[in-house]
Design a protein around this ligand. Structure first.
Ligand code: AMP
Ligand code: MN
Ligand code: MN
Ligand code: MN
Length: 277
């Protein structure tokens, strides 16, 4: 059986390894089919594809787009995209655009609670100047001794209701799905179990995603518990969504789930890769 991992990050967004480094680790872990899905970025795809091809691992062009839907941040993964598509490139550029100012605003708020120069600190961890993320702040706050690990930072800072939280407007769901479909790709809901939506809101979101041409949902992801594999298997069947599997690996020592290490998809689901090979 193929080991397929369709969600992870490199230094092009908030991962710790370069695209080639992630490819090498995925291959070493036994992954046969692999997608790098950096946040709002596709500039790592060329290196990812080259290294994967050299290693004899099948590569799938991917991206994870940040979306604001009903005041909630939702992530949409695009798979099998043509990364040379202009509308996709421009849309992602626009999505990245607000990140620097947001980071400066986060830094100001952290300054107010006694954490100085967090912008400069976070920048030391950034691999791509267009993509400064909360993860980079989290790494800096660990280095600065404010928290013991990245998870503790997210519990106490950078999230709604905590110091260092700046609300942000990402792309719309309509645009994100439109860019992915326009580039020949498949839109997939990333880690649905992570969103803070009521049951009614989740239903409305799933309906709208499907109505806009969204086709897939992550069922087995590093962000889900085994109970959530069950829960979102049922959602996939109910809505007729294709199922996806991805570790959401960000780096050794930071991510609980390594590349290729998750259980397989439940066999009754139709996988997102059913017609790829
Ligand atoms: P941003 O796109 O800048 O808002 O950063 C989002 C990223 O922060 C996610 O992709 C995760 O990598 C990371 N993140 C968010 N929440 C948590 C959490 N509770 N624990 C660890 N990492 C998190
Ligand atoms: Mn991330
Ligand atoms: Mn995500
Ligand atoms: Mn991710």
């Amino acid at each position: 059986m193929l080991n397929i991992d369709l969600h992870c990050h490199s230094t092009i967004s908030d991962g710790l390894l370069t695209p080639a480094g992630v490819a090498t680790r995925a291959h070493r872990n036994g992954v046969n089919v692999w997608a790098l899905t950096d946040h709002d970025e596709i500039s790592g795809i060329a290196a990812a594809r080259n290294t994967a091809t050299d290693l004899g691992m099948r590569h799938v062009a991917g991206v994870e787009i940040s979306v604001t839907w009903a005041n909630n941040t939702i992530h949409i993964v695009g798979l099998q995209i043509d990364e040379t598509n202009l509308a996709l490139q421009q849309g992602l550029l626009a999505t990245r655009n607000g990140r620097e100012q947001r980071a400066r605003d986060i830094s100001s708020l952290l300054g107010q609670v006694g954490i100085a120069n967090a912008f400069e600190g976070a920048l030391q961890y950034v691999g791509n100047p267009e993509l400064i993320s909360r993860t980079h702040f989290a790494r800096y706050l660990v280095e600065a001794g404010v928290c013991r690990d990245v998870n503790e930072v997210f519990k106490n800072y950078l999230v709604q209701g905590k110091p260092g939280y700046i609300p942000h407007r990402w792309s719309s769901l309509t645009d994100a799905i439109g860019w992915i479909r326009g580039a020949g790709g498949v839109a997939v809901i990333a880690h649905p179990g992570r969103y803070d939506l009521s049951q009614v809101q989740m239903g409305a979101f799933l309906d709208e995603f499907k109505q806009l041409g969204g086709l897939g949902i992550e069922v087995v992801t590093g962000s889900h518990t085994p109970d959530q594999y069950e829960e979102y298997s049922k959602v996939a069947v109910h809505y007729g969504f294709l199922a996806s599997r991805g570790s959401d690996f960000h780096g050794p020592g930071e991510s609980a789930t390594d590349l290729g290490a998750l259980p397989p998809l439940p066999p009754h689901l139709l996988p997102v890769w059913y017609d790829w090979f």
